[in-house]
Design a protein around this ligand. Structure first.
Ligand code: DC
Length: 231
């Protein structure tokens, strides 16, 4: 049987990582974990429990609550898509809303949150045969991953993609400018935070998909995977 490897896909928000990571996992029969969804679920927990005031997170209180926050993934039997659960409740839709996107970078910058989620991610990937996407997968979570990809695309391209996605989901209130500002602000916070900032692992392959179709990206990823797992 083919040896299973660990695949780390990192990059900026809305770079299309999740779509390509999910597709790759399905094609090669690997498990897929969207680590951004985990930070979003913790953020939703904070919002629901009034632990965020403006840009400030009540870290002391959140640290006390962390053991009570259980994040799991389940497959929707109708769509076959992986969905995020927070303490047993499906929150897949809610964690994608702008109110969560606007606060998630502050929550993701908290060391105690990162330590708890990184430990959980390492347990999920302990058996290999996993595609994990995020910001620090190739640098912190699985520095020994056999396949590391760093996805890049301009902020404008990424904002347009997220805007189209939100519109397609029926959100008619949000403007492109608002989404662009959110993307730029999150880029800044993700790259400058003290705790595991977004950066390319030295041994990661760069994929700039600003001018690539989804089919071209999928083909590129699959060919890298085949090359790395060929005997
Ligand atoms: O990929 P996304 O936009 O759903 O990620 C949401 C936020 O979580 C983003 O602002 C960065 C943060 N994040 C992180 O810090 N580390 C990860 N491994 C994944 C996401």
């Amino acid at each position: 049987m083919e040896k299973k490897i660990t695949i780390a896909i990192d990059g900026f928000s809305s770079s299309g990582k999740s779509t390509m990571a999910k597709k790759l996992a399905k094609t090669i029969g690997y498990a897929y974990i969207d680590t951004g969804a985990m930070y979003r679920a913790v953020t939703l927990y904070c919002l629901r429990n009034n632990l965020i005031d403006g840009d400030a997170v009540n870290v002391a209180e959140l640290e006390k609550c962390l053991p009570d926050i259980c994040i799991t993934f389940g497959v929707n039997p109708e769509t076959g898509a992986s969905e995020t659960y927070l303490n047993g409740e499906c929150v897949e839709r809610e964690i994608r809303e702008m109110r969560v996107s606007g606060k998630v970078s502050f929550v993701a910058a908290i060391p105690a949150v990162r330590h708890a989620l990184v430990a959980q991610q390492q347990r999920m990937g302990a058996e290999k045969g996993i595609v994990m996407d995020g910001r620090d997968i190739g640098t912190v979570v699985f520095p020994d991953a056999e396949m590391k990809v760093y996805v890049d695309a301009s902020a404008e391209t990424r904002a347009q993609r997220r805007f189209d996605e939100l519109r397609a989901k029926g959100n008619t209130e949000v403007t492109y400018e608002e989404v662009l500002r959110n993307v730029q602000e999150r880029d800044r916070i993700d790259q400058t935070r003290a705790e595991s900032p977004l950066r390319k692992a030295d041994d990661a392959l760069v994929l700039d998909n600003s001018h690539m179709t989804i089919a071209e990206q999928d083909e590129w990823l699959l060919s890298v995977f085949r090359r790395l797992t060929a005997n």
